[in-house]
Design a protein around this ligand. Structure first.
Ligand code: GLU
Length: 423
């Protein structure tokens, strides 16, 4: 049977498995299987050609029992409502596992940013903000960057929001430019969180990151920083990296200057040049024999049809949804330590939480405190997850780390819903 790759079906399937293992109340399960609210908007944008084009966007509020919805906005040509629903569910579990006072949300607009100029991108971002109006806000739903969006896009959305509300509410959005009270550490906090998890997981596996080989899929908000930080913090050897065009492999390790030159001059890391560099496909990168594999791009990359070929000891899911349920089972059988996305990449939203906290209190921290608190929070989530896995093992039930993390996250949301009287 060909595996179902609809991300929302996958998110529901994961929840169903967790619900069964933890014996979740049926009513709580029914509420948590569907988003609370799904909004579709159509945004007319005057393009630079003079013609108006209409772009479709979404914002999903999955669950807000524990706090305002929180989650990024993606600008992607293949965006669709089911992907946004799945991502908003995963945000719910991510914020809950990190134990920060947010629910889960996500937004997306169907567009190809590579084919748009800066003025068109600004008009689209402002149009999306006007369409959402006061459906976002520091106590309602708080967006942030995600695939193909960045601090500048957040600034345009925030400016539009503040024009609508006539209130100076910088906590409406996170991942903002530092000039608009964004946090300096937020840009690389997704990857930095992943690096803290890598450090602890490596200890558990008795792996030394400084002598380990690493492959990173993706060169965006998460992947690029995963590459630079693993080199900077551990002196690790990153032997492969990719972008949407394909991958580049060098057994001697890749150099940042050359990667940046390849990207700047030819638009892809594949143009990287060195004596032993070799072009690979994204699929081949995933199958390399490396100590640590970090998928940092998009969903459904490791599936039932290639999971068996994964040749790594530690798999850090820095992207959202890169490993399907069938692949999760195969990797677990193979003995790969596969750590789930909503743990590994939670550094992004933990960083957002710190940014929001500073915005709403008006008291600003230094960057050392930002990283120290990030380390404390994500390291705790890692050990909570491992402890939950052990609790079940002691009861004679072997569960993977994704299920262990689900059980912690779902239980907290269910308890909040119960206390609020939702069931
Ligand atoms: N887009 C990031 C994620 O998927 C960050 C979300 C946020 O900071 O709200 O976790």
């Amino acid at each position: 049977m060909v595996e179902e790759l609809n991300p929302f079906k996958i998110a529901q399937e994961q929840l169903d498995s967790a619900a069964q293992i933890m014996d979740l109340d049926k009513q709580a399960h029914a509420i948590l299987r569907e988003p609370k609210r799904v909004l579709t908007v159509n945004i007319p944008v005057r393009m630079s050609s003079g013609e108006t084009e209409v772009f479709t966007g979404f914002r999903v509020r999955y669950n807000d029992a524990r706090g305002p919805a929180k989650g990024g906005i993606r600008f992607h040509p293949q965006e669709n409502v089911d992907t946004v629903k799945a991502l908003s569910a995963w945000m719910t579990w991510k914020c809950s596992l990190a134990d920060i006072p947010f629910g889960g949300g996500k937004g997306g607009v169907i567009c190809d940013t590579k084919k748009m100029d800066n003025r068109e991108l600004e008009a689209l971002s402002r149009g999306y903000a006007r369409a959402l109006g006061t459906d976002i806000g520091p106590e309602v739903d708080i967006p942030a960057p995600d695939v193909y969006t960045n601090p500048q896009i957040m600034a345009w959305i925030l400016d539009e929001y503040m024009n609508i509300t006539r209130k100076s509410q910088f906590g409406t959005i996170t991942g903002k430019p530092v000039d608009l009270w964004g946090s300096e550490g937020r840009m690389d906090s997704t990857a930095m969180g992943g690096i803290f998890v890598m450090r602890e997981a490596a200890k558990m596996l008795k792996l030394d990151p400084s002598t380990s080989t690493i492959a990173v899929q993706g060169f965006g908000n998460a992947g690029k920083f995963a590459y630079t930080l693993s080199k900077k913090i551990f002196g690790a050897k990153v032997v492969a990296i990719s972008d949407s065009e394909g991958a580049i492999y060098d057994p001697d390790g890749l150099e940042l200057e050359k990667l940046e030159a390849a990207k700047a001059n030819h638009g892809t890391v594949q143009a990287y040049e060195s004596k032993n560099a070799q072009k690979l496909t994204n699929k081949q990168l995933l199958e390399l024999k490396v100590d640590i594999l970090i998928p940092s791009a998009i969903e459904n990359q490791i599936r039932g049809d290639n999971a068996d070929k994964i040749n790594t000891k530690l798999l850090l899911e820095l992207a959202n949804g890169p490993v399907t349920p069938e692949a999760t089972d195969i990797l677990f059988q193979k003995g790969v330590l596969d750590l789930p996305d909503f743990l590994v990449n939670s550094g992004g939203v933990i960083g957002s939480y710190f940014e929001w906290t500073q915005n709403i209190t008006g008291y600003y921290w230094d960057t050392d405190r930002f990283y120290a608190e990030l380390d404390k929070k994500i390291t705790k989530s890692f050990y909570d997850t491992i402890a939950m896995q052990k609790t079940y093992a002691d009861k004679g039930k072997k569960i993977n780390t994704r299920m262990a993390a689900y059980i912690i996250a779902v239980d907290r949301v269910a308890r909040a819903m119960k206390a609020r009287g939702w069931y």
